[in-house]
Write a protein that binds this ligand. Structure first.
Ligand code: NAD
Ligand code: MG
Length: 474
């Protein structure tokens, strides 16, 4: 077995101030009532910065700034808006090392993911929608589709900058202005993005960032002068928002939780499937709404596959997110760690068999060893509820029909994976799966040109691709 010497990425590429204000109308100001909260590095519990907590008057001011900016922003020719988006995309590329380190510090994700996945996708998203801005008349929504107005956007902590890109890029390309609220445990990359907007000379008020907790998000989505609400996060909060928005005439898209089935047939290439299973559930510590959190494996190969999977899991390196060799970083918060711990204990208590490779977890910070449960049945809570951590539930099936039935037996429907050598089988199964995205012989592949979104309790509306424009057009 190899042992790896530490290979830390330098922290000095990013300058974090001790405190940050709200980004409203092009400048940073404290909250009106002086409220603040702290954001920590989940790998060390060190406080990174103190951030303003926006109250209702601050949200009012942000929405008013977005409303004023809407008039001239929406009147610009698409080709002019495109120039700003291309500029933002290029600045993100230029600052990608700094932003990747920042994201890993505030979120806990491994640097190799923030550097090689999050940041390239963030830039790609802005490039992609920049390309649409002057072609909206050809997108299939009529010759002159109009923007909605002010978009209130609330995002989670698992992909802070990427979720920001998914929200802001299509909104701006279509001529809307934005007030965005990042999650309370990961506000920093959105505040650095505000600086990117200034660097790109984006007109004041086109993008406003209000930091704060759930109450700030609630003020934003309930604000009477917001025309469009876009939310990514838990199904529970999504329901609350749907209730708040009902009957107001606001447009709404919701991207909520998932409990994806990753289905492996007996003719699948086993080694490739094992890599896909590992990527499906351990990527980003399993803090992924489309994570392959339920492995459905054909009974005849279950033993062989699980042996390979356990061997592979024993090589996963858990630890310092800034170490370039780290595969699994820190759990984003103490609260999330408590939730993962609780559901895993329930899994054991309900009779599933728990296994983790031997691994040394750091003393400080929030950590959870990669874990699999075998002998899981449909009735177990770990087969039904989103754990949102590095925990995989393994079920078996005998026939394709049983695989489909088990895969669809969930209140969610965000994503799924199918592993088989037979193209015809993949197409037949994909057709029957009630999930917004189905990956074939791969998992967790993202592309700005490809629409993403859910069925059932996973939400509604699509983000990404041409479909993603629709949510921001009248
Ligand atoms: P959450 O839904 O509470 O938070 C997501 C965002 O919504 C945050 O910015 C939060 O401040 C904001 N928010 C909270 N209450 C709000 C309200 N009433 N009105 C408007 N905005 C509000 O999610 P969480 O607490 O961070 O995580 C809880 C669970 O949600 C996780 O365990 C996981 O299962 C799920 N989750 C899913 C996703 C996803 O991408 N689908 C992302 C994060 C969390
Ligand atoms: Mg943090």
């Amino acid at each position: 077995m190899f042992s790896y010497a530490p290979a830390p990425e330098s922290r000095s590429v990013v300058d974090i101030a001790s405190s940050y204000g709200l980004f409203i109308d092009g400048s940073f100001d404290p909250a009106k009532d002086g409220g603040t909260f702290k954001t920590v590095n989940p790998a060390s519990e060190e406080v990174l910065a103190e951030v303003a907590a926006a109250g209702s008057e601050d949200v009012d001011r942000a929405v008013a700034a977005a409303r004023r900016a809407f008039e001239s922003w929406s009147a610009l020719p698409g080709s002019e808006r495109a120039k700003y988006l291309f500029r933002i995309a290029r600045i993100i590329q230029e600052r990608s090392r700094e932003l990747a380190v920042l994201e890993s510090l505030d979120n806990g994700k491994p640097i190799k993911e923030s550097r090689d996945v999050d940041l390239p996708l963030v830039a790609a998203h802005f490039f992609y929608y920049a390309g649409w801005a002057d072609k909206l008349g050809y997108a299939g929504f009529g010759p002159d589709p109009r923007p909605l107005g002010v978009a209130g956007q609330v995002i989670p902590w698992n992909f802070p900058l990427l979720m920001l890109a998914w929200k802001i890029a299509p909104a701006l390309a279509t001529g809307n202005t934005v007030v965005l609220k990042p999650a309370e445990t990961t506000p920093l990359s959105a505040l650095f993005f505000a600086d990117v907007c200034r660097q790109a000379d984006l007109p004041p008020g086109v993008v406003n960032i209000v930091t704060g907790a759930g109450d700030t998000g609630a003020y934003l989505v309930q604000h009477p002068d917001v025309n469009k609400v876009a939310f990514t996060g838990s199904t529970e909060v999504g329901r609350e928002i749907a209730r708040a928005v009902a009957g107001t005439g606001k447009r709404l898209t919701l991207e909520l939780g998932g409990k994806a089935a990753n289905i492996v047939f007996d003719d699948a290439p086993i080694d490739q499937a094992v890599e896909g299973i590992v990527n499906g559930i351990f990527f980003n510590q399993g803090h992924v709404c489309c994570a392959g959190s339920r492995l459905l494996v054909q009974e005849s190969i279950a033993e062989e596959l699980l042996t390979s999977l356990k061997r592979r899991m024993s090589t996963l390196r858990v630890g310092d997110p800034l170490d370039k060799n780290t595969d699994i970083g820190a759990i984003n918060s103490a609260a999330q760690l408590a939730r993962i711990t609780e559901l895993s204990e329930i899994g054991g208590a309900e009779g599933a068999e728990r296994w983790s490779p031997e691994c040394q977890l750091p003393d400080r910070g929030f950590w959870f060893a990669p874990t699999i449960f075998t002998g899981v049945t449909q009735a177990h809570r770990i087969a039904r509820e989103e754990i949102f951590g590095p925990v995989l539930s393994v079920l078996t099936f005998r026939t394709p029909a049983e695989a489909v039935e088990k895969a669809n037996n969930t209140p969610y429907g965000l994503s799924a994976g199918v592993w088989s050598e037979k193209g015809s089988r993949i197409l037949a199964i994909a057709d029957k799966l009630r999930a917004g995205v189905v990956w074939a012989n791969t998992f967790n592949k993202f592309d700005p040109a490809s629409p993403f979104g859910g069925y059932k309790e996973s939400g509604y509306g699509r983000e990404g691709g041409r479909h993603g424009l629709e949510a921001y057009l009248a």
